[in-house]
Design a protein around this ligand. Structure first.
Ligand SMILES: C[S@@+](CC[C@H](N)C(=O)[O-])C[C@H]1O[C@@H](n2cnc3c(N)ncnc32)[C@H](O)[C@@H]1O
Length: 208
């Protein structure tokens, strides 16, 4: 590991939980569909499935997936984000810890789907991305799916420039034994084309 803080902590100072939660509440109140990620994942699953929300933040997606009948575990390293999740859904399982050490945090493996939405991958600590991808892949059951959503340019990231390319990400996934199954430009399933500023990717673990 690099010893560097994750980019989210650098940006927020670890105090963003309540404001992040209010931002999504305001979006929902103004009529926006704030459940795009959960809807996308639910279409890939048969309930009840086991889902790991990696970098779950305030738990907004894991909470929605639980409402849809799935068993969700959320993991996040930011206590201010996880505090909101624990307050809003105390009966769900929330683990505080670093995805680079997921295997030490105690979730039962063999998840049907692991989700890293909301720019989790670009917001990891610099240099830890391949290790995190390995950990996420290892948490999947054979045939399980890794679903990620990430910005590829400054317009789709809370960063001045993208810290990684899709090519690098696909390479880390391939090294971890995953195969790219589908790629979209949005959570609504718009087609992905080279140059898109956002990518929703579905990788799978081999069945054997
Ligand atoms: C922009 S938030 C997205 C939260 C949530 N996935 C969503 O879409 O609402 C990015 C999250 O990634 C988490 N994160 C970044 N690096 C992490 C790491 N190494 N382990 C666990 N969580 C991490 C941050 O703490 C933060 O909550």
């Amino acid at each position: 590991m690099t010893g560097e803080r994750d980019r989210w902590a650098e940006l927020t100072g670890g105090q963003a939980g309540e404001e992040y939660s209010r931002r999504f509440a305001r979006l929902a109140e103004s009529g926006h569909d704030v459940h795009g990620e959960a809807t996308f994942c639910a279409e890939l699953l048969e309930a009840p499935a086991r889902v790991l929300d990696a970098g779950c933040g305030t738990g907004r997606i894991a909470i929605r997936l639980a409402e849809l009948g799935h068993e969700c575990v959320g993991v996040d390293v930011d206590p201010s984000m996880l505090a909101v999740a624990r307050r809003d859904a105390p009966a769900q399982e929330w683990l505080l810890g670093d995805l680079a050490h997921l295997d030490t945090l105690g979730p039962k493996p063999d998840f049907d789907l692991v989700l890293a939405a909301g720019n989790v991958i670009p917001l990891l600590a610099p240099g830890t991305e391949p290790a995190v991808v390995r950990q996420l892949a290892a948490a999947l059951r054979p045939g399980g799916l890794l679903v990620t959503g990430m910005g590829l340019d400054a317009a789709h990231l809370p960063l001045s420039e993208p810290p990684l390319t899709l090519r690098e990400f696909d390479h880390w996934c391939a090294e971890a034994g995953l195969t790219l199954r589908q790629r979209y430009a949005t959570w609504s399933g718009d087609p992905y084309e080279d140059g898109c500023g956002y990518a929703v990717s579905v990788h799978s673990r081999p069945t054997t």
